[in-house]
Ligand binder design. Structure first.
Ligand SMILES: *[C@@H]1O[C@H](CO)[C@@H](O)[C@H](O)[C@H]1NC(C)=O
Ligand SMILES: *[C@@H]1O[C@H](CO)[C@@H](O)[C@H](O)[C@H]1NC(C)=O
Ligand SMILES: *[C@@H]1O[C@H](CO)[C@@H](O)[C@H](O)[C@H]1NC(C)=O
Ligand SMILES: *[C@@H]1O[C@H](CO)[C@@H](O)[C@H](O)[C@H]1NC(C)=O
Length: 221
């Protein structure tokens, strides 16, 4: 039989233990983690799940919202293009490139790529992988915040992509990256950082914001 004293102690300690477990360092948000630790929703986009497609391929996101890309076999990337040049990197240092993320196992890769939407301009995306055929010309394109009207639709972008033979990617994951976490030494100008810690949020200058993180599902818990 469990003593009532033990039960009383257990229930007395439990809230403190839970609070400690979820304490993010912000005392005002420590107690109800699911309600207050997510200031903006994170949308998830599958890259290469069940074919050469982004799912969904049309994403509507408010400024400040995060979009996380999950990578499926065998080898994919997320690259930003200009509308008129579908399968090549967009001009500008800050354009998005996740790097190539191979995945051998059937599920999503343990690497994800997260961007934060910085403005409401359309962001045209493609996959620059080439095998067994160029993914971009095969239709593996997507758009964040497409124009509400006019000729620049995702269908039009995909038609332009289908007319190309190949695609290119930047040499390295790129962007002027600065971290939004408190550590100033983490500032990096090369590209998204492979982080082995908790979710990091990296800001890419000049039109896109990106971060690359390794997710240790299960290991952290
Ligand atoms: C701490 O919580 C307050 C109130 O919810 C919020 O406004 C603030 O942005 C939080 N700070 C951090 C660093 O999460
Ligand atoms: C991530 O996945 C790759 C291949 O699937 C594996 O080799 C690697 O050990 C994994 N990394 C972690 C940290 O789980
Ligand atoms: C992924 O695809 C890119 C472009 O086709 C290629 O350069 C890279 O080597 C591939 N990575 C793997 C692991 O197959
Ligand atoms: C595709 O490649 C072939 C052979 O290299 C070339 O003749 C043709 O002009 C290319 N088409 C386009 C649209 O680039």
């Amino acid at each position: 039989m469990v003593s009532s004293t033990f039960v009383a102690v257990l229930f007395g300690v439990l809230p403190l233990a839970l609070a400690a477990h979820y304490d993010t360092g912000n005392a005002t948000s420590a107690y109800y983690p699911s309600a207050t630790n997510s200031p903006s929703p994170v949308q998830t986009v599958s890259v290469g799940k069940g074919g050469l497609i982004f799912t969904p391929d049309t994403i509507v996101a408010k400024v400040g919202e995060e979009i996380t890309f999950q990578f499926f076999p065998k080898n994919h990337s997320v690259v930003q293009a200009d509308f008129n040049n579908p399968c090549n990197p967009a001009a500008g240092l800050g354009s998005i490139f996740s790097g190539f993320i191979p995945s051998a196992t059937p599920g999503p890769s343990n690497q994800t790529f997260t961007i934060t939407v910085k403005d409401d301009k359309p962001i045209w995306l493609y996959c620059a992988a080439l095998l067994p055929k160029p993914h971009c010309s095969a239709g593996m394109v997507a758009v964040i915040n497409p124009p509400k009207e006019g000729p620049n639709s995702l269908d039009a972008f995909r038609l332009l992509a289908a007319k190309t033979n190949t695609s290119t990617a930047p040499a390295t994951p790129r962007g002027d990256v600065e971290t939004t976490t408190p550590s100033p030494s983490a500032t990096n100008t090369g590209g998204p950082i492979l982080s082995t810690g908790a979710a990091s949020s990296l800001v890419v200058g000049g039109g896109a914001i990106g971060g690359l993180m390794v997710v240790f599902a299960g290991l952290l818990l």
